[in-house]
Design a protein around this ligand. Structure first.
Ligand SMILES: Nc1ncnc2c1ncn2[C@@H]1O[C@H](COP(=O)(O)OP(=O)(O)OP(=O)(O)O)[C@@H](O)[C@H]1O
Ligand SMILES: Nc1ncnc2c1ncn2[C@@H]1O[C@H](COP(=O)(O)OP(=O)(O)OP(=O)(O)O)[C@@H](O)[C@H]1O
Ligand SMILES: [Mg+2]
Ligand SMILES: [Mg+2]
Lengths: 260, 260
């Protein structure tokens, strides 16, 4: 059964795209087949996977605004890495919220579009923009679980509360199957007090008990350099701490089942 | 004449809120009167300024959804620092885009609301969420200049192109007075190649010529610790590199006039 995973956090810059790109590649190294869906109009997941986005390329924008039979197969592109495919984003996605405002069932568009190809992959990882707009709601409707990168910084910690509220709303009103896979601490820096402090708060907060991954994603410049090179860190800088962390994350992700 | 400044960048986590909070406080230390307007539903600017947001407090949400005479004066709260006031955000802002979708002139709501109080301040700094939604457009319509924090990282650099396009669109269609104040490199870390690399690209790119501030905002844990304490770094850790950088930014901001 395909794991349909939303990678989300309304707080910006917490490492959502880095997690989608690098966890996807690490899972492919484990022999899994993975599809990345880039639902962020900034198309950073495409950039991070070295896929050039051209204007006439079918994208997730077409899937949600002009759903047609078999459209999803045309939108899938392969990457340079075996077992790792992408459905790219498009800048026009930014306007989709207003375009679909009067459409019945607008939150179901992505779920319906992906129905055709779900069985073909072990894992589908969906990147989201830093907002709780229609695009993120579409992803939450298509997903079965949510993986939450949480920067070990104050504002990102505060943002969890709002995110959990939104997930509860979606679960109650739109998608009863949505569960939380877990919270992954990111940008962890052992040397700074604030980072250790926020990690401690995450681990001791009763609301997040049992949800915090053991794996920490440490701040590591190799992750950013790899993004610049359009290659996942596990393929570009195999000996780096970034590569080690995302490989560890892939193993823990496969071992954990979402909390209903 | 009051400087009406939007602090914006669609890329998440680049230091928009840190810049609004700390530049505002540094300008107040220079003897200026400053109003912060928090247009991000995550209300991080309020948190960073130590202002407790309670549910029944008037906020910028009331100003744009139910504009009434004199409403803005009721929404202004003072902070602990002389010359530094805030109009807080509210979680309901997240729904404003849909609420206002059929309203004529919905992009002008903030501008109209602020008209009453503009002359009372030297500078108005407006924080924006990491998206180009109606909230950010409202800020661009009320603003006369845009200050752009740009993390010295690959995705943030790529995001500038989209942001410049949006600003050009707003200028052509809604607000002819909107100009670019400048681009401020943030999260600069002299030790990492990627950071030096992106700074070099910013400074040499013909599109951004003359717009990049000399002041660099370095990565400094004191900035994050101060945010956690609800105090600007220039007041909380006065000897830190973060405090030094934001004081230098205030001086350069006052010396620079926006490029029309
Ligand atoms: N572990 C890490 N160490 C160092 N840099 C990182 C790490 N993870 C991500 N980065 C870099 O930090 C920046 C922010 O990360 P990223 O863009 O993945 O966050 P995001 O949550 O997707 O942001 P947005 O909210 O804009 O979508 C990027 O430039 C990325 O390359
Ligand atoms: N110069 C700095 N050094 C260290 N940490 C910083 C610095 N500037 C900001 N931070 C921290 O990094 C995180 C991201 O910064 P901030 O929240 O200000 O960015 P933002 O652009 O406002 O994010 P969003 O897109 O979510 O609104 C915050 O936790 C903040 O405290
Ligand atoms: Mg992203
Ligand atoms: Mg912010």
């Amino acid at each position: 059964k395909t794991r349909m995973v939303a990678v989300a956090n309304e707080k910006g810059g917490v490492g959502k795209t880095a997690m989608v790109v690098n966890l996807a590649a690490a899972l492919a190294l484990e022999g899994k087949t993975v599809l990345v869906v880039d639902m962020d109009p900034q198309h950073n997941a495409g950039t991070g996977l070295g896929v050039e986005i051209t204007d006439n390329m079918p994208s997730v924008y077409d899937l949600i605004t002009d759903p047609g039979a078999g459209a999803v197969r045309k939108a899938v592109v392969s990457t340079k890495w075996k077992g790792l495919d992408l459905i790219p984003s498009h800048i026009d996605l930014a306007g989709a919220e207003i375009e679909l405002v009067d459409e019945e069932g607008r939150e179901n568009r992505l779920k319906e579009a992906l129905a055709d190809i779900i069985g073909h992959y072990d894992v589908v990882l969906m990147d989201t923009p830093p907002s709780l707009s229609l695009l993120t709601i579409n992803v939450f409707t298509a997903a079965l679980e949510v993986l939450i990168p949480c920067q070990t910084q104050p504002y990102a910690f505060h943002a969890l509360e709002g995110l959990f509220d939104t997930i509860a709303d979606v679960k109650a009103e739109i998608n009863d199957d949505l569960a939380i896979c877990g919270i992954v601490p990111t940008f962890f820096d052992q040397r700074t007090r604030i980072s250790r402090d926020i990690l401690e708060r995450l681990r001791s907060d009763a609301r997040y008990r049992g949800l915090v991954f053991d794996t920490l994603i440490r701040t590591n410049t190799a992750v950013a350099e790899s993004a610049d090179a359009g290659r996942p860190v596990v393929n570009h800088r195999t000996g780096s701490s970034g590569a080690a962390d995302f490989k560890a994350l892939a193993k823990e992700f496969l071992a954990r089942r979402p909390h209903p």
